[in-house]
Design a protein around this ligand. Structure first.
Ligand SMILES: Nc1ncnc2c1ncn2[C@@H]1O[C@H](COP(=O)(O)OP(=O)(O)O)[C@@H](O)[C@H]1O
Ligand SMILES: [Mg+2]
Length: 374
């Protein structure tokens, strides 16, 4: 087993004006036995990063270490890392067992060892009853398991999965998420899981590395990404429905610093810590963010609970009932935003509702850098 350290890693495809800088100055350390997800929209550089870790793509500059070993110049077969892809690429004329054992066969393992390991991996992935079947007879989910098994059978130090669930349907995905988590617990191996789907990333991993536009934006556990996003991109990308953002101006009256939302005739209250950070920052213009989860219809109990809530009234135009919750689309003048409500919430079209929030949940970003102020 091994930890993985990327130091100032860059990937540039091609040369001259048509060159693509696919990964920029990436620094990331993945601990031994850790499960890290690399999350970001399509084209942000995830696969390029993985391929450099595996050795399928050269590193333009920087280095990759497994423990203290610089593997940057090593061939894939000398790195003891395995990768499973979105496409299964199984051999249709081989049985599942032969497909599983293939990586061992090409490395000259004995027939007994091949059989033993194929059996073990099949048990781990719960496909023992499929060992004699041929891939074309298997469902997508079963083929994906065989493909994972084939990557695992070499017992790699580092196990990498690239968008392996992208074309499984929701139900199979859920099962696979559960299995991957169990697999990680049982194997204790360093795993890197690449996806553009935040639900998968957050459900599976110890930490999530968020990438955008060839750059790492933030690495953290789900609480950190959710409650202290490093910038507007992370606040927007993590969480569903996404964060509401407001262009706003700092205003101070009676010693209380608030953010007045442009064109909307309301001000957002801030916590004491945020006020201090906004003052220290010194600017006048900010981007305020509040998650729909933290903006909910006020109830009588809010007023008496003694919690530090603030309220804001808004006109509700849409009430999307989603079973376990309702998403309200609310307006103040030309500014619209979303709030979450209990599923039983009923609102007449254009009804004015009182929405409550805790000022501590108002996030403030610098409008130029888009970095979190507090
Ligand atoms: N072999 C290649 N040659 C040229 N450009 C590439 C190559 N592979 C990827 N790219 C480009 O690099 C960027 C990052 O791609 P990729 O790493 O595949 O992103 P992701 O996996 O996050 O979707 C994209 O702009 C993509 O078009
Ligand atoms: Mg990719």
């Amino acid at each position: 087993m091994a930890d993985v350290t990327l130091t100032n890693v860059n990937k540039i495809y091609g040369e001259g004006p048509s060159a693509v800088h696919a990964v920029q100055d990436l620094n990331l350390k993945i601990d031994d036995g850790e499960f890290v997800a690399l999350l970001g929209p399509s084209g942000c550089g995830k696969t390029s990063t993985l391929r450099m870790i595996v050795g399928l793509e050269s590193i333009s500059s920087g280095s990759v270490h497994f423990d203290d070993r610089n593997v940057s110049a090593l061939e894939p077969q000398d790195r003891n890392v395995a990768m499973a892809f979105e496409t299964y690429a199984l051999y249709p004329n081989f049985t599942v067992e032969q497909n599983l054992a293939f990586p061992l066969e090409v490395r000259g393992f004995s027939a007994d060892e091949q059989k033993k390991r194929a059996q073990n991996v099949a048990e781990l992935l719960r496909i023992t009853d499929l060992l004699d079947a041929y891939p074309p007879a298997l469902s997508g989910g079963q083929q994906q398991r065989v493909s994972l098994g084939r990557a695992l059978i070499r017992e790699p130090d580092v196990f990498i999965l690239d968008e392996v669930m992208s074309h499984l349907d929701a139900h199979l995905k859920f099962q696979m998420l559960f299995d991957l988590k169990r697999l990680h617990r049982e194997l204790g191996r360093t795993m890197i899981y690449v996806t553009h789907d935040q639900v998968e990333a957050l459900a599976l991993s110890d930490r999530v590395a968020v990438m955008s536009n060839a750059r790492l934006q933030q690495v953290g556990d789900r609480n950190t990404l959710y409650n202290a996003p490093a910038n507007v991109f992370v606040a927007d990308f993590i969480g569903e429905p996404p964060t509401n953002f407001f262009q706003a101006q700092a205003v101070e009256s009676d010693g209380d610093l608030r953010l007045a939302v442009d064109d909307a005739k309301f001000t957002l209250h801030l916590s004491e810590k945020t006020r201090a950070a906004v003052k220290a920052h010194g600017g006048a213009r900010f981007i305020a963010g509040i998650r729909p989860q933290n903006l909910t219809p006020a109830t009588a109990s809010d007023a008496t609970s003694g919690q530090t809530t603030a309220t804001l009234s808004a006109k509700v135009s849409i009430n999307e009932y989603l079973g376990e919750r309702s998403i309200l689309t609310a307006h103040r003048g030309p500014v619209s935003f979303r709030a979450l409500a209990p599923p039983e919430t009923r609102s007449a079209p254009d009804e004015i509702v009182e929405l409550a929030y805790d000022p501590a949940n108002v996030m403030v970003f610098d409008p130029e850098t888009e970095d979190l102020v507090h």
